[in-house]
Design a protein around this ligand. Structure first.
Ligand code: NAP
Length: 283
């Protein structure tokens, strides 16, 4: 990496961002595409968010990603939002367009793309979504936007599943939406695709599973958006049973490539998908 006076700076803001893979992924993509850019990460406290965003404008930072807990509040300090970001009510990518900050959301698109790449359609299918946090919110909205027939949201904290289900119901009349406790999963096993959006099974708690995948029928597709570890116990157990599985790496890579495509306006970046996936698998 040759850093000089002409190097463009991109970054991630969130709290905490200490273990984020984003700097490794983005710097690798920049290198692959010979872009004179660098990507760093900053822990940002809620109280400092406005100052930080304004300083990005002053320093002409070209773009940044936003993660927990700032995805919603950051909107207050941006000049414009894309339609997708407005529908999502959250922003994970910002581009500095001649001093104006434009907010995008690539969370849902990154997820939908990862399904299509596996030949899994959304329209007309029935989805069981485990969890009702930030990732679940983006994924459920995208599923409804793309015409899912049914979305069942199960969560430990019922109220969060209820709020998310009611938001989706009010905005997308065509999709059937239900919610329940995670522990009631056995009532919802007749489903096409199960998506784990909880953090259960993530490192270091690799021996835990959100629900038992042996409950599901033989043709159920099991998707775990966790990417640390690459194959969670949930996925390994589903695989042993012969179910088709998808891990979280493609959603992660797709989001990163979509952000860079927005920043650098270069469709060739999207072609780096396999190379970046390979790089991450070997990390
Ligand atoms: P979040 O907003 O903190 O939500 C966490 C979810 O997990 C909540 O629904 C929470 O339930 C549930 N949960 C956590 N511990 C639990 C436990 N012990 N028992 C039952 N439920 C539990 O997090 P997030 O941002 O949505 O991320 C969730 C996971 O997705 C993380 O592992 C993250 O790394 C992964 N992720 C992957 C990608 C990707 O690109 N592949 C993108 C985003 C996130 P309560 O509501 O009851 O607390």
């Amino acid at each position: 990496m040759n850093i000089d006076w002409n190097t463009d700076i991109y970054c991630l803001i969130g709290n905490p961002v200490d273990n984020s893979l984003s700097p490794k992924i983005h710097n690798h993509i920049f290198n692959e595409n010979n872009a004179n850019c660098i990507y760093v990460s900053f822990n940002v406290e809620e109280k400092d968010l406005k100052t930080v965003i304004n300083s990005f404008k002053a320093l002409n930072i070209k773009g940044f990603n936003v993660t927990i807990p700032h995805k919603i509040n950051v909107i207050n300090y941006l000049d414009n939002l894309t339609t997708e970001a407005k529908i999502m009510g959250a922003v994970n990518t910002v581009k500095n367009l001649n001093g104006k900050l434009v907010g995008y959301n690539t969370d849902g698109i990154g997820f939908a793309k990862s399904l299509y790449e596996e030949g899994i359609k959304i329209k007309g299918n029935r989805f069981l979504v485990l969890g009702a946090g930030g990732a679940s919110y983006a994924i459920c909205k995208k599923l409804a936007m793309e015409g899912a027939n049914t979305i069942v949201i199960l969560n430990r904290t019922l109220n969060k599943a209820k709020n998310l289900a009611e938001t989706i119901k009010s905005e997308f009349k065509e999709t059937n939406v239900y919610y329940d406790f995670l522990t009631n999963v056995s009532h919802y096993i007749d489903i096409d695709v199960v998506v784990n959006c909880t953090s259960i099974g993530m490192l270091p708690d690799v021996n835990q599973m959100p629900v038992n995948p042996l409950l599901f029928k033989a043709n159920t597709i099991v998707y775990d958006i966790i990417y640390k570890p690459l194959e969670t116990k949930f996925l390994l157990t589903a695989k042993e049973r012969g179910l088709k599985t998808v891990n979280g790496i493609s959603m992660l890579v797709n989001q990163a490539l979509l952000s860079q495509n927005i920043w650098l306006n270069n469709d060739n970046i999207l072609k780096s998908y396999e190379k970046i996936k390979g790089f991450l698998k070997n990390m």
